[in-house]
Structures are given as C-alpha cells and as structure tokens.
Design a protein around this ligand. Structure first.
Ligand code: PHE
Length: 330
C-alpha cells in the first residue's frame, strides 16, 4: 500500500498520474480486481476484506486527488507562461505606428499653452446659431456670415464652422480670470486644393477683470508661441476684421520654405498667414453677461501648422490615410 502511495507521489506529470490511476483503480486495475475476489469468500472474511479494500480505495483516491491538484496547478502555470505575450518584443520587420502629423502638431501647440497654465476646454461639434454666430457678434443679417459656408441640419442646428463658440460656452459657465485653449474639429462647405470640409483649429481666450489685458500682451504671447513652433522666424501683425474681436489682426510668419525670399508656397510674398486674433469685442461680453473685463482671443488652423512644420506640400495628403505618409513620421 505504502508503495502505491509513493508511486503516486513520484508522478511527474498529469498523464503519468492518469496511467497509474487506471492501472490501480481502472476497470482492470489491480485494486479493482481484488474486489472480484470477494465473491469467493465466506461472510465473515468477506466483510473484513471488503472493509480493507474500501479503506485502501479511499486512501488511494485521496492521494490521487491531492497529486492531481498539485500537478494541474503546475501545468496551468507553465501554460500561462507559454501563452503570455511579450509586449516588449521588437521585430525589426514589423511596422511601428506613428502619430498622425495633425495630432502631433496639435500636441505640440497644446503643450505650449498648458505650460503657461491655460486650461483645455471642450465644446460640441454640433452647435446652434447662438453659440456659433449670434453671441460672437454676428447678428442674423450680418454680411460676415457669408465668410463661412456652413453645414446646416434641418432643425437649424449646424456643424460648428470654427472653435470660437467654445469661447462663449466657457464664458457662460466660468468667471474671469479665464485662460483657455480649445482644440478640435471644425466644418465648412469648402473643398479644393487648399480646403477640406473638416479640419482642426486651436482657439485661445484670455479674459481678466478690469482693463489689464492689452494688445501688447496678445502680441508678445503669440510671437513667443510662433517662435516656439517654427524656430527663429519673423512675425508680423496685419490689421484685419473678425466680428468678435476689435481691433483684429492676422498674423504672418516669414516663409519657412524660402526664408522670406519668395517662393511658390508664399506666392512670392515671403510671408505665410498663420493666425487670426484680436481684442475681444465688448459686444461679445454683453451676450455672456460680463462687465468691466478685458481680454484677447486667437484661432489657428492645425493642418496648416502641420504642413508648414513638416514641409508637406499638399493639404489633401493629410486626409488620404496613405501609410507611406505616416511612415515618415515614425
Ligand atoms: N474663428 C476665426 C476663424 O475661424 C479665428 C479667430 C479666432 C479669429 C479668435 C480671432 C479670434 O477664422
């Protein structure tokens, strides 16, 4: 008996254990055949022998069960180790992913403003007339609405044409001081060499109580930001018009392709337009219930920044999903 128990303990794997079990407790097993001897015994002996066999069977079954548990755990452990994937394994032939240049450019822009303690705000892509136009000082009859071709839904809601409605949403829910940027997709009915119906903007808004914020503040932060983005470029501000800022400006940098000498990309001017900005028009504050505050706002197109940063000549290549483009940004 002890010998059998020892044999069980010595089993090295599940199949050895199973074979041993069959040879002892199986239909033709050694212990099972002992049971068949019972029928030749007399009552007294039979009872005694049967009790002995049953006790042995119980002991062996117990030993088998214990050993099975031990070996099975070992087996599962090993299987888990074999099946586990090595996420650190690097195959030189496999293709690594890369951030799309629009996203990496967006990240770079966001990093700059977050480092200056600007918050990041979000707004819906489907907007209403109030947030996208009216509260931005574009009354219904205003000709400036023609500046932007809008996708309308049947219920008069629309796909936002710029990120500026998030200025309104932020001012309606927060009190100054406000220092925020809002990155996201915008939509216009425009599709040609230099326009796509969906593109990305980053909008910025700073509002302080009192009359502290000046055009000089706006100018210095944008100059610093543009040199952080593009290196040692020249920056110039040109007077412009936006309904929600007054005064307004468009900002140019010296052409990153020809260094300002004049080329096809800058249309021989030596300058590239990169930003719209201005001092927040007092009319906007009326719509959000602010008084005695001052602030500035700016907005930029991320695709344009990405093209200038990476010298990508054709806007459409950013939207084609061609892996050969992405492979260059690994
Ligand atoms: N919303 C303007 C546009 O889409 C950009 C802008 C934002 C201009 C903020 C001034 C201030 O063209």
């Amino acid at each position: 008996m002890q010998q059998l128990i020892n044999q069980i303990h010595l089993c090295k794997n599940l199949s050895d254990l199973e074979n041993l079990k069959i040879s002892i407790l199986g239909k033709k097993g050694s212990l099972t055949s002992e049971f068949s001897k019972l029928k030749d015994l007399k009552d007294e002996e039979k009872k005694e022998f049967a009790a002995k066999l049953n006790e042995q069977k119980e002991q062996l079954t117990h030993a088998f069960n214990l050993k099975f548990k031990e070996l099975n755990e070992k087996f599962l452990d090993e299987k888990m180790k074999q099946d586990a994937m090595n996420f650190y394994y690097f195959d030189e032939n496999s293709k690594a992913g890369a951030l799309h240049p629009v996203m990496s450019t967006m990240d770079k822009i966001i990093d700059y403003f977050v480092s200056l303690n600007f918050s990041i705000e979000k707004g819906p892509l489907i907007e209403d007339d109030f947030h996208n136009f009216e509260a931005l000082n574009l009354p219904k009859s205003h000709p400036a609405r023609d500046m932007q071709d809008t996708f309308y839904f049947e219920d008069k809601r629309l796909l936002r044409t710029h990120t500026s409605p998030v200025q309104i949403r932020t001012m309606l829910t927060q009190k100054p001081p406000i220092r925020m940027i809002t990155p996201g997709a915008v939509f216009r009915r425009d599709f040609d060499l230099t326009h796509t119906p969906m593109f990305h903007q980053v909008e910025g808004l700073v509002v302080e109580e009192g009359q502290k914020v000046s055009f000089a503040n706006l100018k210095s932060i944008l100059e610093d930001f543009l040199r952080y983005m593009f290196g040692n470029v020249k920056v110039r501000f040109r007077p412009s018009f936006f309904p929600f800022t007054e005064p307004s400006a468009e900002v140019d940098i010296s052409c990153v392709f020809c260094k300002g000498c004049g080329c096809r990309v800058c249309k021989q001017t030596g300058w590239l337009e990169v930003l719209g900005c201005g001092i927040v028009d007092p009319n906007v504050y009326k719509f959000v219930g602010y008084s005695n505050v001052s602030g500035y706002a700016f907005g930029l197109g991320v695709e344009r920044f990405a093209m200038l940063l990476h010298q990508i000549p054709d806007l459409r290549s950013l939207f084609e999903g061609d892996l050969r483009l992405l492979e260059q940004f690994r």
